[in-house]
Ligand binder design. Structure first.
Ligand code: PEP
Ligand code: MN
Length: 337
């Protein structure tokens, strides 16, 4: 059950609703978004009466949500959520592009790429400082130095920044250097991390686990929202299939499925989704045509020498051309860019 409060509901009216939920032996989750304030009821809803809730002052609607992911389901939030991060609106009419190298390599490298992606229309800079690598002998990221370079580049360019968080103990520190925390594919079911990210109140990009079903994925998003954090952005980043020619198989179905099933913004990451730079422009365009709210793209001025994910990293000129193509596709699918 989702209780939608009226726009002008008073704090004490919200508290009265929470009180009734608690007195009924249920758990209330208050979500205070920029557009609306809702209270989700978690537990056996038979102990609470819908008409009693509707009779409380300040209550606009009471919605039944049958899906197991109560907070992320579109059933409880017909209009898609728009997540406003310092004026950049995720999930609105505008396509948002998040771009940068896989890893932060140096202050010069990161600043140069930041300026290049900004010039082509990206609103958010990406780059890993703490990397999750298959081999412990591979480059693990610059750590704290990397975070400092992220902060410098974002302040210098005015772009937002997103970086991956690997460990619940890092959340607080990372929040001081970046605007958005990214939860990588390998961490999608790291429930303590999801909870900590939820508690942080920071905007979160939650990548889909490369093995995860849509249900498992949406329940992972539910963990973050269950801590009262509404700022969750989903991202299809490819799944593991029998195909070995590509690194992953970008699941285009996920875009319209997730858009219909949830109210959260849905992004596409064709870089990890394919693992092959030559495929990235086509899959990026397909994702936008399929209804994605934005893209996450790995790009570098010297992709061959990128410290990680070189094979899927597109060169600056390819990125620039892709942005021009997205500009042409966006209005055809009713979007702005
Ligand atoms: C990344 O964005 O560089 C990354 C590691 O992504 P994923 O978790 O999707 O592999
Ligand atoms: Mn990468």
């Amino acid at each position: 059950m989702i209780i939608v409060m009226k726009q002008d509901a008073l704090r004490r009216q919200v508290e009265a609703v929470i009180d009734l939920i608690e007195k009924s032996g249920l758990k209330p989750v208050l979500l205070e978004g920029s557009e609306r304030r809702v209270i989700a009821v978690i537990g056996d809803e038979r102990t609470i009466s819908k008409s009693n809730l509707l009779a409380l002052p300040g209550v606009a609607e009471v919605l039944d949500v049958v899906k197991p992911y109560k907070l992320v389901a579109r059933e409880g939030h017909k209009q898609g959520s728009i997540i406003d991060i310092k004026g950049v609106k995720f999930g609105g009419p505008e396509i948002i592009v998040i771009a940068g190298p896989c890893s932060v390599e140096s202050d010069e490298q990161f600043l140069k790429i930041a300026r290049d992606v900004k010039a082509s229309g990206a609103k958010v800079l990406r780059g890993g400082a703490f990397k999750w690598r298959t081999s412990p002998h591979d480059f693990q990221g610059l750590g704290l130095d990397g975070l400092k370079f992220i902060k410098e580049a974002k302040e210098e360019t005015g772009l937002l920044a997103a970086t991956e968080v690997l460990d619940p103990r890092q959340v607080e520190v990372l929040a001081q250097y970046t605007d958005i925390l990214q939860i990588g594919t390998v961490s999608m079911q790291n429930y303590p991390l999801l909870r900590e990210c939820g508690r942080s109140g920071m905007p979160i990009i939650l990548k889909r686990g490369k093995w995860a079903t849509y249900k498992e994925y949406l329940l992972a998003a539910e963990y973050i929202m269950a801590e009262g954090n509404e700022k969750v952005i989903l991202c299809e980043r490819g799944i593991r299939t029998f195909e070995t020619e590509t690194r992953h198989t970008f699941d285009i179905n996920a875009i319209p499925f997730l858009k219909a099933e949830t109210h959260l913004p849905v992004f596409a990451d064709p870089s990890h989704g394919t693992g092959i730079a030559a495929l990235v422009p086509a899959i990026s365009k397909a994702a936008i045509a399929a209804g994605a709210d934005g893209l996450i793209i790995e790009t570098h001025y010297d992709p061959k020498h990128a410290a990680s994910d070189a094979a899927q990293t597109i060169a600056t000129d390819v990125f620039t051309k892709l942005m021009q193509d997205i500009r042409k596709i966006a209005p055809v699918v009713g979007r702005e860019f």
